[in-house]
Design a protein around this ligand. Structure first.
Ligand SMILES: Cc1cc2nc3c(=O)[nH]c(=O)nc-3n(C[C@H](O)[C@H](O)[C@H](O)COP(=O)(O)OP(=O)(O)OC[C@H]3O[C@@H](n4cnc5c(N)ncnc54)[C@H](O)[C@@H]3O)c2cc1C
Length: 483
């Protein structure tokens, strides 16, 4: 299979044609912004530029001409107005965790919200107001002070804006729904620089589109989030040896089909690390890792976990009550900044023998010990929401899978990317059309209509209304309809 990197980003096709033109646009943008910008403007030669240009995925090493680090909504408005007038290619950044690398660009402008990280929590109404540059960890820390949670992702250094706008899955998805299901209102700056609010009462169409539509419609400067009471969960983990993985996947499939919403059971297929916590006989071997959480009454946990853990190596099983903050940070070090990552994802319709064979084949050819095949069971509260209520892709498929290749050196690019692509192609027959936009890579623009399926026309019309010039083009892009 051919491997092409740096991967093409079709949404950059309309970019300024040459470096000189881009450099000129950056200079003009800088001059126009300088007098009316309260945050930092970083040019290529400025101290701090090298660090500021870097995003999480080491595969994507781009050099923007200017980075505008906003400190308030007015900065965001000024940056958008001027950039749009100049016609300069513009990327938007919250936490910089776009797997696809959309939060940076070569030669253009980055509007960076990383200085806008205020969170205020109202315990009485169980609501939080969260600024558009927050990381998940900032939200968790603030909401836990009031014993409350916002359902989000599983790694605390991920940006909240990108995650929520694309949908947002995590430990609490089955219990409380997707992150985007728990947004009461958005405040955003649209492509013309206006501040717009979207909720079920104000601009309801935009509210619909922002819940799953990614960064297509504007820059969210504040989220009004719904919170839920929760301080701790019971967590169980275990490893299943290669010879039992088939049985484990069958059990996972059958058990989860009727599992309570309080139970989340994730499986990942990988090579067990040479770590003290791993039984000697499993170190360096292909295994299935199970991670389960139970959010119901703690005394019920063991009974719920029993069936899952029976197929795990007994020496590998651990079960304990953990604080929500510990749960939310326990995977942080598994996904460090600066490594190289590539992903292919989809929804599975079913998990039959042939599909399990393909997973096992994928595991037997896995190219490195940090690479993994992630399987999560959806449903629960997220599956209860009617498909057309939000722009988010499919809620009906039971399983979401993510082939996450993770390696250190550019010399491993071809091997890791081809592995992910080839396992994905083999699994395609069992897949339901559709894909979660936040798990897509930067070379999958052709799959964006698939991500929205029956919601595509509505997305295109909404885009044409709020961003007719496609100013917000560095994302899983919905191009505005040409009238
Ligand atoms: C380590 C890691 C763990 C992850 N875990 C999960 C997980 O558990 N669950 C899950 O659902 N996803 C997860 N993801 C995927 C994640 O949802 C996306 O990568 C998401 O884009 C990250 O958001 P960000 O703000 O850091 O993105 P950035 O890279 O900062 O931005 C990405 C895009 O989001 C849009 N955007 C960002 N900020 C704004 C804003 N304020 N207003 C409008 N648009 C904006 C822009 O289009 C931008 O190009 C994970 C990713 C990583 C790298």
């Amino acid at each position: 299979m051919p491997v092409s990197f740096p991967f093409p980003m079709p949404s950059q096709n309309s970019l300024p044609q040459n470096h000189r033109e881009q450099a000129g646009q950056c200079r003009e943008t800088y001059s126009a912004l300088r007098g009316q910008f309260n945050g930092d403007l970083l040019r290529v030669s400025d101290p701090g530029y090298e660090e500021a240009r870097t995003i999480w995925n080491g595969m994507v090493a781009r050099r923007p001409g200017l980075i505008a680090r906003c400190i308030d909504v007015i900065d965001v408005q000024n940056a958008v107005r001027i950039a749009n007038d100049m016609g300069i290619l513009t990327a938007i950044r919250c936490g910089g965790h776009s797997l696809a690398g959309f939060s940076t660009c070569d030669g253009g402008l980055v509007i960076d919200l990383s200085k806008m990280r205020d969170v205020s929590v109202d315990p009485d109404t169980r609501r939080a107001r969260v600024a558009g540059g927050c990381l998940l960890g900032s939200i968790d820390t603030a909401t836990q002070k009031a014993g409350l949670v916002f359902p989000s992702g599983v790694v605390s250094h991920t940006g909240a804006s990108g995650l929520i706008l694309g949908g947002g899955t995590g430990w609490l998805t089955r219990r409380f729904g997707l992150s985007c299901d728990n947004v009461a209102a958005f405040t955003l700056v649209t492509a013309d620089g206006a501040v717009v609010r979207a909720s079920s009462e104000e601009n309801p169409d935009l509210f619909w589109g922002l819940r799953g539509g990614g960064g297509n419609f504007g820059i969210v400067t504040e989220f009004d989030l719904k919170l839920h009471p929760l301080k701790s969960v019971v967590l169980a983990e275990g490893l299943t040896a290669q010879e039992n993985i088939r049985k484990l996947l069958e059990r996972w499939r059958d058990f989860m089909a009727n599992a309570p919403f309080d139970l989340k059971w994730n499986v990942n297929l990988r090579i067990a690390p040479h770590a003290k916590s791993v039984p000697v006989q499993l170190r360096g071997q292909p295994v299935a890792g199970s991670s389960l959480i139970w959010t119901g009454a703690p005394e019920m946990a063991e009974q719920q976990f029993q069936s899952a853990l029976l197929l795990c190596d007994r020496d590998s099983v651990r079960s304990q009550t953990v604080s929500y903050l510990d749960l939310q940070t326990m995977a942080d070090s598994d996904f460090p900044h600066g490594r190289r990552y590539y992903t292919k994802s989809g929804y599975l319709n079913y998990l039959d023998d042939a599909t399990i064979d393909r997973f096992l084949d994928g595991l037997s050819t896995i190219p490195s010990s940090e690479t993994q095949i992630e399987l999560a069971y959806l449903g629960g509260a997220a599956g209860e929401i009617v498909a057309d209520e939000t722009a988010f892709g499919d809620r009906s498929a039971p399983f979401i899978i993510n082939l996450l290749a993770n390696w250190q050196d550019a010399s491993g690019d071809a091997l890791h990317i081809s592995w992910a692509r080839s396992v994905f192609e083999k699994l395609r027959p069992a897949m339901k059309p559709g894909v979660y936009v936040n798990f897509m890579s930067g070379d999958e623009q052709d799959r964006v209509p698939e991500a929205y399926r029956q919601r595509w026309d509505r997305m295109v019309a909404l885009k044409a209304h709020y961003d007719p010039g496609n100013f917000f083009c560095l994302n899983q892009n919905v191009r505005p309809r040409k009238n």
